[in-house]
Design a protein around this ligand. Structure first.
Ligand code: NAP
Length: 309
């Protein structure tokens, strides 16, 4: 029987592991099939306190993992398919390799990129549709590409892609960006980036080899459609929380985010906590995810102490 199982290896998961490790709870961290959270697919993180020169996202995650392991956290590459509560108040976590029992669970599974929902979109992922400029940007050298979205992610992706692409179209459904001033300003000032306002991608067009060659754009004000030649579309329109496996042990809001207790990271089930982007649709920052991971660890530790009493 584990004391605490942490599901997820992003900022929330590793911070929870550092705190529960230092509390001598020997946390078990389940990483799913892929280690690391959203920061592993980003480049430079400029706003995590303590790094005045910035730090690369993957390096920050690596450091967090090392710090957690130093305090006794164990990592297993297992994906939780189902979470249930036993009659004695403990939890069962069903994985492909068997069932893990634990007294407490911290869900820190983060969120996955949202796509546009167009026909053939998912079959084109890796063939000219992607959600990760860091992963795929270098494949599109000296060709035009597009980024869809108007938030920080879209601006960051667009700016990063200027290193490779000949031209970066920033396609947004409104006529102003949601992104922070600094990131929007950086993107719009770049000579390679051309915004296309009030518009959406309504169709992916492919060549004989099944790779994206262009998109059909629709101006949402005039309803006019046009063709835009691009070799890749980087979709950056937000994320969907990874909460599908949790069942009815937690309440979900209308967008699938786990509802936390009014003051903390608890859920409607005692001993079950949620931290980071799987529960936070407001801040969604690395540092706030870490903060929630810390809070969840402290709450789990107190719950375990109460059980012993
Ligand atoms: P976001 O802020 O939610 O922005 C999503 C963008 O996609 C919005 O502009 C939205 O349009 C657009 N959108 C949503 N659904 C769409 C659809 N179906 N079709 C077309 N467009 C659609 O998401 P994000 O940019 O991924 O950022 C998430 C959080 O991470 C934010 O808090 C952000 O500050 C943070 N972040 C920080 C950094 C950094 O500081 N380095 C980098 C990346 C992200 P509307 O504007 O019309 O709603």
């Amino acid at each position: 029987m584990e004391n605490v199982v942490i599901i997820g290896t992003g900022c929330a998961g590793w911070t929870a592991a550092i705190y529960t490790g230092r509390a001598n709870l020997s946390p078990l961290v389940l990483s799913g099939t892929q280690l690391g959270g959203q920061l592993t697919t980003t480049t430079e993180v400029e706003n995590f306190p303590g790094f005045p020169e910035g730090v690369m996202g993957p390096e920050l995650m690596n450091r967090m993992q090392k710090q957690a392991e130093k305090f006794g956290a164990r990592v297993e590459y297992k994906k939780v398919n189902e979470l249930s509560k036993n009659d004695d108040g403990t939890f069962s976590l069903a994985t492909d390799d068997g069932v893990i029992q634990s007294k407490t669970v911290i869900i820190a599974t983060g969120a996955a990129p949202r796509y546009l929902g167009l026909e053939n979109e998912m079959s084109l992922v890796g063939h000219g549709v992607t959600s990760c400029a860091t992963c795929d940007g270098a494949f599109y050298r000296d060709v035009p590409v597009a980024v869809v979205g108007g938030g920080d992610s879209a601006c960051e992706e667009a700016t990063f892609l200027t290193r490779f692409a000949s031209k970066v179209y920033l396609i947004h459904r409104r006529d102003e960006l949601r992104a922070s001033k600094i990131m929007a300003g950086r993107a719009l000032a770049h000579e390679k980036i051309e915004p296309i306002w009030d518009s959406g991608v309504v169709e992916y067009l492919t060549d004989d080899e099944g790779e994206v060659r262009a998109v059909t754009l629709k101006n949402l004000k005039s309803e006019k459609t046009s063709e835009l030649e691009v070799k890749c579309v980087f979709v950056a329109i937000g994320h969907v929380p990874n909460s599908q496996f949790v069942g009815d042990l937690v309440d979900l809001d209308e967008n699938g985010y786990i509802v936390q207790s009014a003051h903390g990271t608890g859920t409607k089930t005692p001993g079950l906590y949620a931290a980071g982007d799987v529960a936070d649709h407001v801040y969604r920052q690395a540092i706030t995810a870490s903060g929630q991971g810390c809070a969840a660890a402290i709450e789990a530790e107190r719950y375990l102490a109460d059980l012993e009493d």
